[in-house]
Ligand binder design. Structure first.
Ligand code: SF4
Length: 112
């Protein structure tokens, strides 16, 4: 579903049927204030970019909201974990490299 910021995100849910305006992020969920979700967090959230770049089914994302006191500079911080290799993924846009290894021609030690 398209977020209020205009990006496609599978974790966003909005219900606007018959005048309703219910929106939620199903990745962040219902966390308590000050780490709660608000729709303006979608504007700079890295998740739509990650999902567009890497569709690996083994990578699981988790998100937390961080920021300064009084709601200043709040943003979404993402952690990624690979359920296949049981490791944390440092670059979620690329992945851990186990499912989709690069062909030998792209590795530095290839004999070509
Ligand atoms: S905060 Fe990020 S993960 Fe949540 S709905 Fe918005 S874009 Fe998607």
């Amino acid at each position: 579903m398209r977020t209020p910021a205009g990006f496609e995100c599978r974790f966003f849910y909005g219900d606007y049927y018959r005048g309703r305006k219910h929106e939620e992020c199903r990745l962040i969920g219902n966390t308590k204030s000050p780490r709660h979700w608000t729709s303006n967090l979608c504007k700079n959230c890295p998740v739509p970019r990650i999902l567009q770049a890497n569709a690996c089914a083994n990578m699981v994302l988790s998100a937390t909201v961080t920021g300064l006191p009084f709601g200043l500079a709040r943003r979404v911080v993402i952690k990624a974990h690979c359920t296949l290799t049981q490791t944390d993924v440092t670059q979620p846009e690329i992945g851990c490299g186990q499912c989709h290894p690069l062909p030998d021609i792209f590795t530095p030690n290839s004999q070509c």
